[in-house]
Design a protein around this ligand. Structure first.
Ligand code: C2E
Ligand code: CA
Ligand code: CA
Ligand code: CA
Length: 277
């Protein structure tokens, strides 16, 4: 039994070393990915339920890795966050998204909103408002059409979060709470936070028609948002039945595979015009 324990230990140590090596390697590659131009953005349309029009898109990052191919954000955003690399990467995302949106506006998609995800490290960085101000000036993008998605976990330091949100609001941008309902913070922050929109997390939408609890949660979030004068967006809508339920409960917008998967920039123009005409 003793020998076995030793072997097990050696085995664990070896796997841990391998994992560490892999992590360090990924970290180095992540560091170079920006200079090498390996990141790109895809855009997922957001539809206004009442009119059927595409009113906005959410920018989602992708990494085309030299050998590994496409790496999903779930596999590198946490590492980027831990190492602080998320700050320059996040700035690249904002700049690229604003530049793209400005181009769309020039090409006839005049009021398409651009939503960009902020990571918590980015949200906490002292430089955030200045950096966004610079990007808005540099790209000439209308800040009224820029939407920043934050999550509840970023708002744990309530005082700090409120101050940051006010700085951002002064730039004229709008704020959405992403993955709403999955965090642990108190609902009372909703009345103190200058936010504009709640995005109902996909985990509630996906089981909504078979699970009465999820159904109650969804209709309650919609009512809560409207009572607080906030807009509400449902994430991860995949079926007509889900869409019909959301419409009947007065949900403002929806996003999900039912409308479209995230698309490369060249496909957005066609899709938006299709829906408008
Ligand atoms: P998120 O912000 O909650 O984004 C929604 C995710 O759900 C996206 O995954 C999207 O492709 C996926 N999705 C959308 N509709 C459906 C649907 O109908 N069904 C299913 N099953 N999935 C759907 P993605 O692009 O892999 O992004 C995952 C997460 O990575 C994002 O979750 C966000 O937290 C993070 N992320 C992505 N891009 C960025 C970025 O530029 N900056 C930061 N900080 N985080 C990002
Ligand atoms: Ca998001
Ligand atoms: Ca989300
Ligand atoms: Ca999410």
């Amino acid at each position: 039994a003793k020998a076995e324990g030793k072997n097990t230990f050696r085995f664990y140590r070896q796997t841990m070393n391998e994992e560490l090596t892999e992590r360090v390697q990924l970290e180095n590659e992540l560091r170079k990915a920006l200079e090498r131009g390996e990141f790109f953005l895809v855009y997922q349309p957001q539809m206004d339920i009442a009119s059927g029009r595409i009113v906005g898109v959410e920018a989602l990052i992708r990494w085309r890795h030299g050998e590994k191919g496409l790496v999903s954000p779930a596999d590198f955003i946490p590492l980027a966050e831990e190492t602080g690399m998320i700050v320059p990467i996040g700035e690249w995302v904002l700049r690229t998204a604003c530049r793209q949106a400005k181009r769309w506006h020039g090409a006839g998609l005049a009021d398409l909103r651009m939503s960009v995800n902020l990571s918590s490290r980015q949200f906490m960085s002292q430089d955030l408002a200045d950096s966004i101000r610079r990007i808005i000036q540099e790209t000439g993008f209308d800040p009224g059409l820029l939407d920043l998605e934050i999550t509840e976990s970023m708002t744990l330091d309530v005082g700090r979060a409120i101050a940051t949100l006010h700085q951002l609001k002064q730039l004229g941008v709008s704020i959405s709470i992403d993955d709403f309902g999955t965090g642990y913070s108190s609902l009372s922050y909703l009345k103190n936070f200058p936010v504009d929109r709640l995005k109902i997390d996909r985990s509630f939408i996906s089981q909504m028609l078979s699970d009465t609890n999820d159904r109650s949660i969804v209709s309650t979030i919609i009512a809560l948002a409207h009572n607080l004068n906030l807009q509400v967006v449902a994430e991860g809508v995949e079926t007509d039945a889900q869409s019909a339920f959301l419409a009947s409960h007065g949900c403002d917008e929806m996003q999900g595979y039912l409308i479209s998967k995230p698309l490369p920039e060249e496909d957005i123009h066609r899709l938006v015009l299709q829906r408008v005409h």
